[in-house]
Design a protein around this ligand. Structure first.
Ligand SMILES: Cc1cc2nc3c(=O)[nH]c(=O)nc-3n(C[C@H](O)[C@H](O)[C@H](O)COP(=O)(O)OP(=O)(O)OC[C@H]3O[C@@H](n4cnc5c(N)ncnc54)[C@H](O)[C@@H]3O)c2cc1C
Length: 251
């Protein structure tokens, strides 16, 4: 059971008719970059609660969440209609293992792939913005953000700011599944891995020197894991303490 505390909405940005970001001020416990919180609203004396990954660094004074409004979704349709100064419930505690400290540090891993669909970009931006020392272990970090349309790449500016700070260590790749542009790859992540398009575009291969993080749409996660195993034999093997893939399914 979460310990519910009040969170004051500082701002709410409606990027599109189904994507929005909420900035909240609340006295929550310190979290680890990559973790999630629980957000709730009290409706008819019952709390409707869902999990949301922090997009901000643990050092930020306010908390930020990037949310997709789901058609007929119980909580997101209500959250979308809130405004600044409104109050919501937020868990004092944070949860989850989608963090850098759960990735085994081994000399075999040089490349860290952070692959996201939609609002699944959040934990990666939080991790990168935290400048965790463990990131020094990787020679390259590849941040892949896949959305349907370019109008859904709402944190591209932040991604480019981080790229400047990480210099050549951070590679950014955007993918659109429903729109062709000169800036992004076109298609679905598993297919773009299967036909080498993603790796060719980045100039690095998902070979045995990679740890791969997957976040967002469960279909992307399942299909990507299938192709990673089929193409390279990459999979987790808990028996031998081999962990090559870390995942966070959003539904
Ligand atoms: C660890 C974790 C972290 C999460 N972090 C985020 C986050 O940062 N941002 C975010 O937007 N969501 C995030 N989610 C998803 C979130 O918790 C809710 O499931 C989502 O917001 C829908 O809530 P709802 O009450 O509006 O819909 P519900 O009434 O609960 O759901 C309706 C149906 O929609 C489906 N669904 C849920 N989410 C989506 C989606 N994004 N796209 C399409 N179908 C969906 C589910 O299958 C569900 O059956 C996270 C989930 C988990 C488990």
């Amino acid at each position: 059971m979460p310990t519910w505390i009040d969170g004051k909405i500082i701002s709410i940005t409606h990027w599109t008719n189904n994507l929005f970001s909420i900035v909240i001020n609340a006295k929550t416990d310190k979290f680890i970059a990559g973790q999630f919180s629980k957000i709730g609203l009290k409706i008819n004396n019952k709390i409707i609660q869902r999990a949301y990954s922090y997009i901000n660094s643990p050092n930020s004074p306010n908390l930020e969440f990037y949310i997709s409004k789901v058609i007929s979704g119980k909580l997101t349709t209500l959250l979308y209609s809130l405004s600044s100064e409104d109050t919501i419930l937020i868990s004092k505690e944070s949860y989850g293992q989608f963090t850098i400290n759960t990735i085994p540090i081994s000399n075999n891993y040089y490349f860290l792939w952070m692959i996201a669909t939609g609002t699944g970009i959040s934990p990666y931006l939080s991790i990168l913005d935290s400048f965790d020392n463990r990131l020094n272990h990787f020679s390259k970090i590849i941040l892949v953000h896949a959305t349907k349309y370019s109008k859904n790449l709402n944190y591209l500016h932040k991604m480019h700011t981080l790229k400047k700070l990480y210099k050549k260590k951070l590679i950014i790749q955007t993918i659109l599944s429903q729109e062709q542009t000169s800036h992004s790859l076109y298609g679905r992540i598993p297919i773009l891995i299967e036909n080498n398009t993603l790796e060719k575009s980045i100039g690095l291969y998902l070979n045995n020197k990679s740890h791969i993080m997957l976040c967002g749409n469960p279909h992307m996660i399942l299909d990507t894991k299938t192709i990673l195993y089929k193409k390279y034999g990459i999979k987790n093997c808990p028996k031998n303490k081999i962990k090559r893939i870390t995942q966070e399914r959003y539904w």
